[in-house]
Design a binder for this molecule. Sequence first.
Ligand code: GDP
Length: 463
Amino acid sequence: MRENMSNWNDTIVALATAPGIGAIAVIRLSGTKAIDIVNGVFPKKDLLLQKTHTVHFGKIEFENIVVDEVVVTLYRAPKSYTGEEVVEISCHGSPFIQDSLLQLIIQQGARLAKPGEFTQRAFLNAKLDLTQAEAVADLIASNTEASRQAALYNLKGGFSDDLKLMREKLIKFSALIELELDFSQEDVAFANKKELEVLVHQLQLKTNILLESFKLGNVIKNGVQVAIVGKPNAGKSTLLNTLLNEQRALVSEIPGTTRDTVEELLNIDGVLYKLIDTAGIRQQTGDVIEQMGIDKSKEKIIQADIVIALFDVNTATPEQIHTWENEIGLDKIILVGNKMDLTTANIVTNFNNFKNIVFISAKDKNNIEALKNAITQKVVGDQLKKEGTIVTNARHVSSLKKLLLALNDVETGLIQNVTGDLLALDIRQALHYLGTITGEITSEDQLDFIFSKNTLASIISFH
Ligand code: GDP
């Protein structure tokens, strides 16, 4: 165990699945009393006698009242996510059942987990390394189910694995080049410079991809600023309400915020969207604003990551939409034609010159799904579906940038055929920045490589 916590002995419980109605829901307990507590309300068999990684079907009962028929999965310490005794109860997914079960389990001696506490415990039990632990911090700060999942991908070691692979290869070269320095009197070359060149290129590429992923990572972690703009009566507040009714993010999940200071939040496919100036949208009525037109929205547009430009398909002109595209920029804009219910599909041909307009009826809640898809596509593209690491941590970004500079130095050194000691210095620098991310000590690794791995003989080549 890395460190002790004041409330370390508590058994914690929380809903592990997204809140709301679902076919099933999973309630998870972790802590010394986890199995004991569930055993007390699971009369069918004695869970304390069951092995780890086993599944048990039965009823959860308290004072002869059956709460639900459930499946209980046991993970005994240390073979669990947290490293503690863990029980997962799969119950029927009604919020009432979820709530009753949670209440019952709390009544039996568990306490409600804080956000991210399961993962925090996993770290404290040395189940995770430093980068994974940093993902824990992201996780604790994450406020949507999918940002949680993105952080969890990193927790699973996605980021660390990528880095480890890079480091291992670089350490090999660093070790070999330093070995050359020791043998500098003799004319030997342990490291194959061509291979090093290839590796450096690979590392540069990988580092760039990781850096690039931060754009998305940042969005997942911090949310996307969204502005809805459009002329009065275009249907902005109707759309806002339609979206909020369906997708409103649970504000209470966000630490350190209170209901009245928070902007309206949407959770679409797990990405958090922060709607800018929703009060403004709701107040935009009357002729004064009408005259102001889009100017009124300039500030919002600058502030926003994406802009939903809403227009009434029955009154808008292609010229007006062109102006929007120019003012807002194709990167940010999502064109949405509203009030399709008042028109025939033919009107769509008026807007044939524009790609990617989403036609909806905010009032009838028609085609809102397509709008949500368009938003997700704009922000996330296919990146979330792709296998790969998403960097969400600003400190990692800073280290990766420095790493890239160091790699560029190594590259220049190789091109200019600099001496081994200078090359070694640059590689060490690159390793240092990799090390600052993972928290590992590079010099020891080099020693490890030289002395513990028996690969040296097979790599050395005499010239
Ligand atoms: P805002 O000024 O842009 O916020 O527009 P509102 O949301 O207040 O809508 C203006 C009027 O248009 C209201 O009477 C809405 O009921 C109506 N409206 C909004 N969306 C639609 C729609 O999709 N179809 C129809 N028929 N009316 C709509």
